[in-house]
Design a protein around this ligand. Structure first.
Ligand SMILES: [Zn+2]
Length: 162
């Protein structure tokens, strides 16, 4: 948030309460979110906030390179915090679009090995996995009980619960 304020100052933009509400809500959530959903969250903090402010603030955050927008198979854009120090990979559910972020040191080591083989210098890392999320799997199993779950192995993958 402090960096955002600093970047705005560099651009000669004055602080604005609504814009701050939007940015703060976004940073606090700390997960990829669509503009529409962010608007709903901002409304809880400031019922007077307008949708245009949400879009404008997201655009500003993007211009300040603090946020980036990505499009998924459902055609919707989601905004994410740019975070270089802490690589976060994603599992994206093909069915419901849910995103599960995770970290896995082994995957990151493999990325470095691949980069070495390619003869490239590795910058930011982001690995995307696609498939069916646990929630959709459960739903599916309810309809066709024959489908078995994969047993969860002992895991080194850290995924925040939300
Ligand atoms: Zn799903």
């Amino acid at each position: 948030m402090a960096i955002f304020r600093e970047r705005l100052r560099e651009r000669g933009l004055k602080p604005a309460a609504q814009r701050d509400n939007v940015a703060l809500t976004f940073f606090k959530l700390g997960r990829p979110i669509s503009a529409e959903k962010l608007y709903v969250e901002v409304k809880k903090v400031n019922p007077y906030a307008g949708q245009a402010t949400v879009y404008r603030t997201l655009r500003l955050l993007k211009e300040c390179e603090l946020v980036y927008e990505r499009y998924f198979s459902d055609g919707k854009g989601r905004y994410e915090i740019v975070n270089d120090k802490d690589p976060r990979h994603q599992f994206i559910c093909d069915r419901c679009g849910r995103i599960i972020e995770f970290q896995n040191a082994r995957l990151e080591r493999i990325s470095f090995a691949v980069a070495r083989e390619l003869g490239v210098l590795l910058g930011r890392q982001k690995i995307e996995l696609y498939g069916t999320c646990p929630r959709c799997l459960k739903e599916e199993r309810r309809h066709s009980p024959a489908i078995r779950f994969f047993r969860r192995p002992h895991t080194k993958t850290r995924a925040p619960a939300y």
